[in-house]
Design a protein around this ligand. Structure first.
Ligand code: HEC
Length: 139
């Protein structure tokens, strides 16, 4: 094999390899946590959605939109309520929904959710973990 032939075949392969590595590293850096989008979606479907369906949909699902908020589809949940977005993916500490289910809303307008009861600590932890991992849900 002549030198120039080697160059023509090996160089593109090397460059492609380096490009793939670069993309991989970038994807890792961009990803907010180590949980994959698929695992995060599964978390929503198996754990979070049933919690919301059992405790919230009667006021925030279907025809019901108390506070201008509906929680039953991705579009509606991400849009938020009268006060804007209620979830900041990756940041439960900045998510109004988390403050309200922890019954830690602002003193002048506390809005504990659900209004007359409180989710179990395990349920609150599940919702918080899902938001922290990126709040991915099916469309
Ligand atoms: C009995 C009815 C009822 C249930 C059940 C309920 N909510 Fe609410 N929710 C309301 C009402 C009414 C408001 C508006 C309160 C206000 O504006 O002062 C509200 C407002 C909210 C808001 C603020 C919306 C905004 O933009 O201001 C969030 C977030 C919220 N609810 C989340 C939940 C979650 C999560 C659950 C279930 C864990 C839940 N709610 C269960 C009645 C309910």
């Amino acid at each position: 094999m002549s030198k120039s032939r080697w160059f023509r075949t090996a160089m593109p392969a090397t460059l492609t390899c380096m490009g793939a590595l670069g993309l991989g590293a970038t994807a890792l850096l961009w990803h907010p946590t180590t949980v994959s989008a698929q695992a995060n979606t599964d978390m929503y479907v198996k754990t979070v959605q049933p919690i919301l369906a059992n405790n919230c949909y009667k006021c925030h699902g279907g025809e019901n939109h108390k506070g201008g908020l509906q929680l039953d589809t991705k579009e509606r949940l991400m849009k938020g309520g009268h006060d804007g977005p209620v979830i900041v993916p990756g940041h439960p500490e900045k998510s109004m929904l988390v403050a309200l289910i922890r019954h830690e809303g602002p003193a002048d307008d506390p809005k504990p959710m659900p209004p007359k009861s409180k989710l179990s600590d395990a349920d609150i932890a599940s919702v918080t973990a899902w938001i922290k991992a990126g709040a991915v849900m099916p469309d």
